[in-house]
Design a protein around this ligand. Sequence first.
Ligand SMILES: [Mn+2]
Length: 338
Amino acid sequence: MTAVHPNPEGSGLSQWLQGVRRIGLLSHLNPDGDAVGSLIGLTTALEMAHFECIAVVPNAYPDSFRRLPGIEKIRVFDRESERVLAELGTCDRLLTLDFNRLDRAGERLGEWLEQSAISKGMIDHHEQPADYAAWRCWETASPSTCELVWACLKTEGWQEALPAYAAQWLYVGMVTDTGSFRFPSVRPQTHRAAAEMLERGARPEIVHQALFEGDSPRRLRLFGAAYRTFEVWENHRTVVFRLEESELVEHGYEKGDTEGLVNMGLTIDGMELSAFFVIREGKGKVSLRSKGDRDVNALAAALYGGGGHRNAAGGHFDGSIDAAVAALKGHLDQSFAP
Ligand SMILES: [Mn+2]
């Protein structure tokens, strides 16, 4: 197997960090497993290499992440903004992980980053990076930032010292961003990297529990309420779910409760498009998911003033859910021929 240098564009990470003592590491708003996993994995490795680190996420991560050791390294910006800014201001370098536009760090932190003169680096796998980074390890073909972090650590020879809990966090990111190793982005080296995390002590069942068994009864009841509404449009190979605001209120909705719901439409045999409509705080929102060539990015732009990616997009609507669903039906009647 030939090693792929993770950063064909620039020098190695340790070179960029030469003569440096304090490093601030940041990830994106609504941090997921790849955001938190890459932060903890890299922070731990840098600490072992005798750097001082501060690892920051803009807002809260899922509660179930607290089950995994190492999470105490993460600072949540919106809980202690002033203190975190003061500490970030004393850093010699800033590293942004799993995002590539500074506004993805949230408004306040994003503006601070924009104005800060501290040299910035980037490890990321998203399209179209902004040009703020003096050093970067960027590869869109990588299914996760954690896979890139692991490649960086190996390039530097920092992998041997990595403790089990940090390897486990890198594994968290690999599992998260590959949909448990099922997306087409998964490549042989993804499984090799995952295998190396297991060799270092990552525990798949513990990771699975933290990622997928943190649901509240409230969230399952909300899913139940949405499941009762679903329509299958066989001709359009489309599934539609909906939740009215009154149902959110009745079930005591909290942020994140409907996360992932739209994906369930695609688990029905033969379905290629899933749409979830909800009214939250008076605002209509739609989430769209698809398989293969069905382009929900274009659909979201055409009908709901939104966008995203070909297979995952979102948008918004005014008025009733009925009207928003009718718009989708009308569009598919016109444009989709099975
Ligand atoms: Mn990611």
